[in-house]
Design a binder for this molecule. Structure first.
Ligand code: LMR
Length: 328
């Protein structure tokens, strides 16, 4: 019986893929870790899936696996290189082991808002970054926005010293670890899917993320409140494997690249709105949101900005200068 059940399960899951994809179609699996609604990445991935399946029917077929159902971010780039998925969209902090250039995006207060991030990503420097990991087998297809990060904890955070002695979950990034240490807090790297449980059980006291992630993962339910610090950016790279991309027929590759570009332009333009709606949804659900006055904000900048010095050699002074010129 066990064997029969296993066989049935296998054929059902194989059948599900076969049903979505016709013979001869290029199969494109995209794995990511967030929810799909009210989320900049979730919406963009679903739109990409819908457009590929509508417009490339017969040539290609796409299947999106959200919510860490297939892989978490630590696993997905390896899976991409192995050919188990064809696309992923991890945050820029997750490329640590492939390039140190991306550390510029994690440096606190480097970009004043998502428009500045957008301009930097579309500059020659940003465009070149998409191809900076091809020797390691990864090709960036597009930068996808989420937005600016906020800070939350199990006690009110108004000035950085309020974080003294607290444990904060961070993405696995040396810059983010240094940023938390600069606040007198201790960083705890952890997969996204584990953060809610860790906050709930007190394994960590706080975390940083965008409004859409704080809402989508319900972090606000297990925190005292969220402080609108806008201290850093959380963005994504839609990434593929160079081997797979190069293996596509030119017409398939060109059509896919065009759809990716259009989806990127459409959804990046809406990312701030999606986060503003998530912030409002947190407030509507009874979550506490704290705003900073000018003096409080200055205290966060003063505490965190010294972190830049540690990473200037990795990210390049000229790139920092370019980002600052965009802010001006
Ligand atoms: C995180 O790990 O907090 C984020 O990178 C999750 C995501 O994909 O937005």
């Amino acid at each position: 019986l066990t064997t029969t059940l296993v066989a049935m399960t296998l054929s059902v899951s194989a059948g599900a893929v076969a049903a979505a994809c016709d013979d001869g179609e290029v199969v494109i699996k995209l794995s990511h870790v967030t929810n799909t609604d009210r989320h900049p990445k979730g919406i963009a991935a679903s739109l990409l899936e819908q457009r590929v399946n509508d417009e490339m029917n017969g040539k290609a077929c796409m299947e999106v696996f959200p919510n860490s159902t297939l892989y978490n971010d630590d696993q997905v780039l390896e899976a991409l290189l192995q050919g188990d998925v064809q696309m992923a969209a991890p945050s820029l902090s997750k490329f640590e082991q492939f390039t140190k250039q991306f550390r510029i995006f994690d440096l606190p207060f480097m970009f004043k808002d998502i428009n500045a991030v957008d301009e930097f990503q579309n500059s020659d420097t940003g465009v070149a970054m998409k191809e900076s990991m091809t020797r390691r087998g990864l090709l960036g297809l597009a930068f996808w926005h989420n937005g600016m990060k906020q800070m939350s904890a199990n006690k009110p955070l108004n000035v950085p010293s309020d974080a003294n002695g607290l444990k904060f979950r961070v993405q696995n990034s040396d810059v983010l670890k240094a940023q938390m240490a600069a606040m007198g807090a201790s960083p705890q790297p952890m997969a996204f899917s584990e953060v809610y449980g860790a906050l709930q059980t007190g394994v960590v006291d706080g975390q940083e993320n965008t409004w859409s992630n704080i809402y989508g993962q319900k972090f606000f339910e297990v925190q005292d409140g969220t402080t609108e610090t806008n201290h850093g950016v959380l963005d994504y790279m839609l990434v593929t494997s160079t081997d797979w991309w190069d293996s596509l027929d030119a017409d398939v590759r060109d059509q896919l690249a065009t759809i990716v570009q259009e989806v990127t332009d459409t959804r990046n333009a809406e990312s701030s709105k999606v986060n503003a709606e998530a912030k409002q949804a947190i407030i509507d659900a009874g979550g506490v949101v704290r705003e900073l006055d000018d003096a409080q904000r200055e205290a966060w900048v003063t505490a965190m900005k010294p972190v830049w010095e540690e990473f200037t050699a990795d990210v390049g002074q000229e790139n920092i200068d370019e980002a600052q010129a965009i802010n001006a």
